[in-house]
Design a protein around this ligand. Structure first.
Ligand code: BTN
Length: 138
């Protein structure tokens, strides 16, 4: 086999690897599907070279509003540290609130703390804090 043919095969292999369907934003597989301990779903679709990623969050957590429809999610990963945000306004409902999750990616698990910031009708703001653990789904 000539050197020219060999180098074309190598180039084609590199192209296939670089454009294969599962990319990684740091250690975060894109696309990927995650569930947390409250039954909520997170679907990640997009990422860039700067560590930004995007997707949707479907809230199924008991005791919260804005359930069962997708809300846009935007986040950032640097090393094993992760931050993502959902503003709870979509085609179906506006809960006048947003959640910020911050945490660590350890293997296939995202360990997070969150703050839910709600704008009340009387002009005040309420902050609620909690923990979520997300598991990567096969
Ligand atoms: C709201 O009730 O104002 C909007 C929905 C908030 C859902 C929260 S976000 C943190 C926690 N984890 C979930 O999966 N759902 C709740």
């Amino acid at each position: 086999m000539s050197r020219c043919v060999m180098s074309r095969i190598v180039a084609a292999l590199i192209f296939v690897i670089v454009t294969s369907s599962v990319a990684l934003a740091d250690g975060l597989p894109i696309p990927s599907y995650w569930l947390n301990q409250r039954g909520s779903e997170m679907k990640l679709f997009s990422s860039d070279a700067q560590g930004n990623f995007g997707g949707v969050f479907i809230n199924h957590a008991a005791g919260f509003a804005c359930q069962n429809t997708p809300y846009d999610l935007g986040g950032h990963i640097w090393g094993d540290r992760v931050k993502f945000v959902v503003v709870w306004k979509n085609f179906a409902a506006d809960c006048h609130s947003k959640t910020i999750w911050r945490g660590w990616l350890i293997g296939n698990t995202l360990h997070t703390r969150w703050v839910l910031i709600s704008d009340n009708p009387d002009g005040t703001i309420t902050k609620l804090h909690g923990f979520d653990v997300f598991q990567l789904q096969p």
